[in-house]
Design a protein around this ligand. Structure first.
Ligand code: GRF
Length: 215
């Protein structure tokens, strides 16, 4: 039986595409039940339609409070009874109530080597700070922004001629590898979370998660 997930997006949806592609290729046994966007013009909605996945737009500007938006979002998600909610470039700060509801069953991908560089403009900030490495992390979502237990991370070296744009491109390629990997582990029942952190195959992962290596 395939594993039901709902994917939330706000933009291009290239991470969504990676999940669709790996599912079609039989590398992932997912049923992407629905894709929900808070932006009507998110390109990811077209990717979903192309793949025959139901889509919903919940425009946050139509709600008078964050709480009301999150309640509507939760209703929309729960109608599909997903076992995992995948935030894939969903650019919203979530209420504590919402994150608690999906505790242990909601992932996010963040373009930095967490716990470094939470928040926005991570590529530019890493270059400015003269970091040697940058990268991306997939983590369980907790109430605090970009602070949940890290599952997997992938690193890239920052070269002297890198710009935020070139670095973002390199990081994006890694995103499309490690996000499907984390979702696959979860769908196979190999991942868990408790107060001490994220567990893979009954082994507690370090604070920075499993380190992906291409070799
Ligand atoms: C990615 O950079 C991801 O790390 C961040 O939002 C971006 C989403 O890209 N959370 P896409 O919409 O999946 O192409």
């Amino acid at each position: 039986m395939s594993f039901p997930v709902v994917v939330l997006i706000s933009g291009s949806g290239s991470n969504l595409q990676a999940l669709i592609d790996q599912s079609l290729a039989g590398q992932l046994n997912l049923e992407i039940c629905a894709v929900i966007s808070n932006k009507a013009n998110a390109f990811g909605l077209q990717r979903a339609k192309q793949a025959g996945i139901p889509t919903h737009v919940l425009d946050h500007t139509h709600y008078s409070s964050r709480e009301l938006f999150d309640t509507a979002l939760q209703e929309c998600i729960d109608a599909y009874q997903p076992k995992l909610v995948v935030l894939a470039g969903f650019m919203r700060i979530l209420t504590e109530k919402f994150t608690r509801h999906y505790q242990g069953r909601m992932f996010n991908i963040h373009p930095s080597l967490l716990p470094k560089y939470k928040g926005l403009n991570t590529h530019a900030r890493a270059i400015l700070a003269k970091e040697k490495f940058h990268g991306v992390s997939v983590h369980f979502v907790s109430a605090e922004l970009d602070a949940g237990a890290v599952i997997i991370q992938a690193k890239v070296e920052i070269l002297s001629d890198d710009t935020p744009e070139t670095l973002a491109q390199k990081v994006h390629k890694l995103e499309h590898i490690i996000y499907p990997q984390a979702v696959k582990w979860f769908s196979e029942g190999r991942l868990a979370i408790d107060n001490s952190g994220a567990w893979l195959d009954n082994t507690l992962l370090p604070e920075t998660g499993f380190q992906y290596s291409s070799s």
